[in-house]
Design a protein around this ligand. Structure first.
Ligand SMILES: Nc1nc2c(ncn2[C@@H]2O[C@H](COP(=O)(O)OP(=O)(O)OP(=O)(O)O)[C@@H](O)[C@H]2O)c(=O)[nH]1
Ligand SMILES: [Mg+2]
Length: 441
């Protein structure tokens, strides 16, 4: 780019300090002008300096110069860390504007970084997510995407699509007598493998709203196992009624809480009684529904009830949910028993084992999120869905389609995939992505 741009990179209004960014060929000149000096500053070093408007000192600031191509945008960049007063910020911008430096459009710094090959579109979008991340864990996960994880997966898929397309094209080029390289079974298999990868990305994107709204943790167990007591202990207040009567909780009780920077939706359920009364029965059906949709299951077992619990689970065909890594076995009332079974031993009464349990819940949710989380913007999700539909349709119809039609369809898919990372994306798409960014980003 020939132009030089500037914008305030920090939140608008008054603050302790503000950062003004400048990017483009006039950056170094602007540095010298503002600091009233002729010396070229050492790149990447923060230096205190007086800032001038003409001969007038307007602020004492910290200045950094990044020399192209070693900067965020890939161009010469200057950052002015001035005091947060609106007047000071305005004065500095006025000096810069007077030099013919232009006000940056929203996202223009990131856009320049993209054009200079510093980041791809998916990484730029991850920066956006990072800026708007509402909790620590989310921010950490956005950082992973910033490191290019998502783009790598897409390139992998793209490679498979292109390879399949190329093999089909090669078959088309051969004459009738040649043995084709592919048959319809092989095509269907190749398509299925690509679809699986797309679906993994989609599934990962569904975790994001959960991290925002709360991961479901369902407490289940026989009546009197201590579910409601544990819920109250986890929440730190009495939300659910506790009594020594079996069948105290009849309806599900939801409550949100934060543990270790992650939001959870804890769900206390009706005890799994094998001979319930009419109302209890409705509650138990709800419990079973909750087991099926849970992200994490806490299976509570009180002393001496392990085999009875197992029998109930088996009778309702719930083993697959209980034997899964998302279930934590919790042996309750350790104050009155000496259970040594594999699982976590807790006593809500004596508050023992609770920290071990919450640590386990946190690590389990981070495992689930980290192995699969994808932060997809609406734009990316739309493309992923479109690609998945096109490939599924192709897989269904592959038997009856000619190679040239399949190959043409795959080309369209490849075009869509390229749009995800911004490679070969057209100007209009690039514009629409970066204009959603904030100014100064
Ligand atoms: N000794 C001891 N008793 C406990 C502990 N946790 C719960 N209890 C008692 O066990 C009984 C049942 O507890 P609840 O929390 O109501 O059990 P629940 O699983 O919610 O029972 P339902 O709602 O009927 O399914 C109550 O009398 C509790 O005080 C514990 O850690 N130690
Ligand atoms: Mg209860």
């Amino acid at each position: 780019m020939n132009t030089t741009i500037t914008a305030i990179a920090t939140a608008s209004g008054r603050g302790a300090i503000a950062v003004i960014r400048v990017s483009g060929p006039k950056s170094l000149g602007a540095y010298k002008l503002l600091t009233n000096s002729t010396a070229t500053p050492t790149p990447n070093q923060i230096k205190p300096a007086w800032i001038y408007e003409g001969k007038q000192k307007i602020d004492h600031a910290m200045m950094v110069y990044f020399k192209a191509p070693n900067s965020f945008t890939g161009e010469d960049v200057v950052e002015i860390h001035c005091h947060g007063s609106k007047v000071v910020q305005r004065n500095i911008l006025d000096v810069l504007f007077a030099e013919g430096i232009e006000a940056a459009k929203p996202g223009e710094f990131s856009e320049r970084a993209y054009y200079n090959g510093k980041i791809d579109v998916a990484q730029a979008e991850a920066i956006m997510e990072l800026v708007s991340a509402e909790n620590t864990q989310l921010a950490r996960l956005a950082t992973r995407q910033l490191a290019g994880e998502f783009s790598k997966q897409i390139k992998d898929i793209l490679r498979e699509v292109t390879k399949l397309g190329a093999t089909l094209a090669a078959d088309l080029d051969f004459s009738e007598e040649d043995l084709p390289l592919l048959d319809s079974t092989m095509i269907a298999e190749a398509l299925a493998s690509i679809i699986t990868k797309i679906n993994i990305i989609k599934a990962g994107s569904e975790i994001l709203p959960k991290l925002r709204e709360g991961i479901n943790v369902v407490l289940i167990g026989l009546p009197n196992a201590g579910k409601s007591t544990l819920l109250n202990t986890l929440l730190g207040f009495d939300r659910s009624i506790v009594s020594d009567q079996a069948g105290t909780t009849r309806d599900t009780i939801n409550e949100t809480a934060e543990l270790g920077g992650i939001n959870y939706q804890f769900i206390d359920t009706a005890g799994l009684n094998s001979k319930p009364g009419a109302v209890e029965k409705i509650g138990i059906e709800k419990s079973i529904e909750n087991i099926k949709s849970a992200d994490i299951i806490l299976l509570l077992i009180e002393p001496g009830q392990e085999s009875k619990t197992k029998a109930f689970i088996e009778s309702k065909n719930l083993i697959e949910y209980i034997d899964s890594p998302k279930t934590i076995k919790v042996f309750t009332k350790s104050d009155i028993s000496n259970n040594k079974s594999k699982g976590i031993q807790i006593s809500a009464l004596k508050k023992s084992g609770i920290k071990e349990l919450t640590d386990k819940i946190i690590s389990l949710s981070l495992d689930q999120a980290q192995t699969s989380l994808q932060i997809l913007t609406e734009r990316q999700l739309n493309i992923i869905n479109r690609v998945e539909q096109a490939l599924t349709k192709l897989e269904d119809e592959a038997q009856n389609l000619s190679f040239d039609i399949i190959s043409a369809e795959l080309e369209l898919v490849a075009k869509d995939l390229n749009e995800l990372t911004g490679e070969h994306a057209n100007q209009q798409i690039i514009d629409s992505i970066f204009r959603n960014f904030c100014i100064g980003k």
